[in-house]
Design a protein around this ligand. Structure first.
Ligand code: NAD
Length: 504
């Protein structure tokens, strides 16, 4: 592994001032407070292993208070009753607040999560603001329909008038993961608030700092007290208490498929609605008519961006046999040139993974692949000062049954499989428990669209990867989840449809 330079890099003043606070509280009903037990837990800079903050370890009692606050705000507060235009105005202001604090939020995300600064600064934090702007626009477009009926048993001289209207689901619990904390949080909050819901947010235990800052910015934007409540803590404590709470009407969750199953079980008590954005093992397919140089760069970005800690990462690469050697060599070369370092260093292209434990898990997958006969072309190591870095890794000579081919590794590790026939690659790409996303590289658009029709995936990109937009629904088929974030589909998932049928 290359030498990893962790020489200190200064934070901007706002991010430094935020970190100087050292301890962060829960936010319930418009007030910051400690948790009932008074216990805190540490959050670390994954590059160094240094403690950078202490968060409240919320338990069931704290969750109950937060849900009660959200319930009160929903039943008697101003938010659901506010005009759509007024809600829209506040959501837009939240977007402005995020933009105004973009450097601070990107730096905090890097300190807490490890990611290279450019990922937050140019993709994720602007992406979070875009979510609020997009749903600010949709808040004023929540419409029902008038419906002509064939009912004919109304009293003589009377008519039937029927229509639908959409109403907020109610109290929403949002549980988010650690890989892209702020933007994934925004994907949950923005549509739920646009719909008129009130919320309890539980960020991931190892990346809660930007959620604390976001909630402060939301209050400054004029969000009424009780509409957004923040609980920090562990998944099996605070997260489980929220998922099982009978006062919560919907859980919107992003995380692993395994936790998604636990959420489903917990939600059955009051049959709460659930949206599950889960894991992936997304194929990238390079057809023989592709612009090979562009495809090589695209395939490398698809797996190495954010250290591969991306649900839609292109972790299975299928390339036509005629271009196999060039593709493997090209992706490996890009991987070798990626500069690892502390995410705050402007030279850094890939930071550490989120924790030493996660890096060890990724390294174990690679070791397992090797011992099963796979060939590691480049990378394959974990290291660095806190053992939290994993070098970009390209693996060949894999078989479809290997865990490195079937399971989500969630690191910068791509497995490459050559193919000869289109039918063969479609079958291989669809041979997965996951079906979140897929990429196809071809200069023949018809080939790309025909392939998109046959691939089992919530999103298919042609000649690109990870093209996100607040307007584009994102989510998975099979065990990659239920429902969609982003786009109008996300808004609908926070709304109930009511039918009103009257004799007039
Ligand atoms: P995780 O499932 O371990 O944790 C996610 C969140 O769930 C955390 O806040 C955690 O505290 C909480 N949690 C854990 N156990 C819980 C329980 N029993 N009850 C309630 N909450 C609980 O996932 P992770 O490791 O933080 O994130 C990585 C996963 O997220 C990957 O599988 C990745 O593919 C997935 N992901 C999916 C998408 C998508 O859009 N489909 C996007 C990003 C990440």
């Amino acid at each position: 592994m290359q030498n990893i330079d962790l020489s200190p890099v200064n934070l901007g003043t706002p991010a430094q001032q935020f970190l100087d606070r050292k301890t962060y509280q829960l936010f319930v009903s418009g007030n910051w407070s400690d948790c009932e037990s008074g216990e805190t837990f540490e959050t670390l800079d994954p590059a160094t292993g240094d403690v950078i903050g202490n968060l409240q370890r919320a338990g069931a009692g704290d969750v109950n208070k937060a849900v009660t606050a959200a319930r009160t705000a929903f039943e008697t507060g101003s938010w659901p009753a506010m005009t759509p235009m007024e809600r829209s105005r506040i959501l837009w202001k939240i977007a402005d607040q995020i933009d105004a604090h973009i450097d601070e939020l990107a730096e905090l995300e890097t300190m807490d999560q490890g990611k290279a600064l450019y990922v937050g600064r140019w993709a994720e934090i602007p992406g979070a603001a875009a979510q609020f702007r997009y749903f600010a626009g949709l808040a004023t477009k929540i419409e029902g329909a008038t419906i002509p009926t064939s009912i004919n048993y109304q009293p003589e001289g009377k008519e039937v008038f029927a229509y639908t209207q959409k109403e907020p689901v109610g109290v929403v619990g949002a549980i988010v993961p650690w890989n892209s904390p702020l933007v994934l949080t925004a994907m949950k909050i923005a549509p739920a608030l646009a719909a008129g819901c009130t919320m309890v947010l539980k960020p991931a235990e190892n990346t809660s700092l930007t959620a604390v800052r976001l909630v402060e910015l939301m209050q400054q934007a004029g969000l009424p007290d009780g509409v957004m409540n923040l609980i920090t803590g562990y998944g099996d404590e605070a997260g489980a208490a929220l998922a099982g709470h009978l006062g919560v009407d919907k859980i919107t969750f992003t995380g692993s498929t395994q936790t998604g199953r636990a959420i489903m079980n917990a939600a059955q008590g009051n049959l709460k609605k659930i949206t599950l954005e889960l894991g992936g093992k997304s194929p990238v397919i390079i057809l023989p008519d592709a612009d090979v140089d562009a495809a090589i760069q695209g395939a490398a970005n698809a797996i190495f961006f954010n250290g591969g800690q991306v649900c839609i990462a292109g972790s299975r690469l299928y390339c036509h046999s005629s271009i196999k050697d060039k593709v493997i060599e090209g992706v490996a070369e890009i991987g070798q040139q990626i500069k690892l370092g502390h995410g705050l260093n402007p030279e850094t292209q890939m930071g550490p993974l989120v924790s030493r434990e996660h890096s060890a898990k990724v390294a174990n997958y690679i070791a397992d692949g090797k011992s099963s006969g796979a060939t590691v072309i480049t990378g394959g190591e974990a290291g660095g000062p806190n053992s939290s870095f994993v070098a970009p890794t390209v693996i060949t000579d894999v078989t479809p049954d290997m865990p490195i081919v079937r399971e989500e590794i969630f690191g910068p590790v791509v497995v490459v499989t050559p193919f000869d026939e289109v039918d063969e690659v479609v079958t291989a790409a669809n041979d997965s428990d996951y079906a979140l996303a897929a990429g196809v590289w071809t200069e023949g658009l018809s080939n790309g669209i025909r392939m998109a029709n046959r691939l089992k995936a919530g999103t298919v990109w042609i000649n690109g990867h990870a093209m996100y937009d607040a307007s584009l629904p994102i989510g998975g088929m099979k065990q990659s989840g239920w429902g969609r974030d982003s786009g109008q589909a996300a808004l609908e998932s926070y709304l109930e449809l009511k039918t009103v049928c009257a004799i007039i």
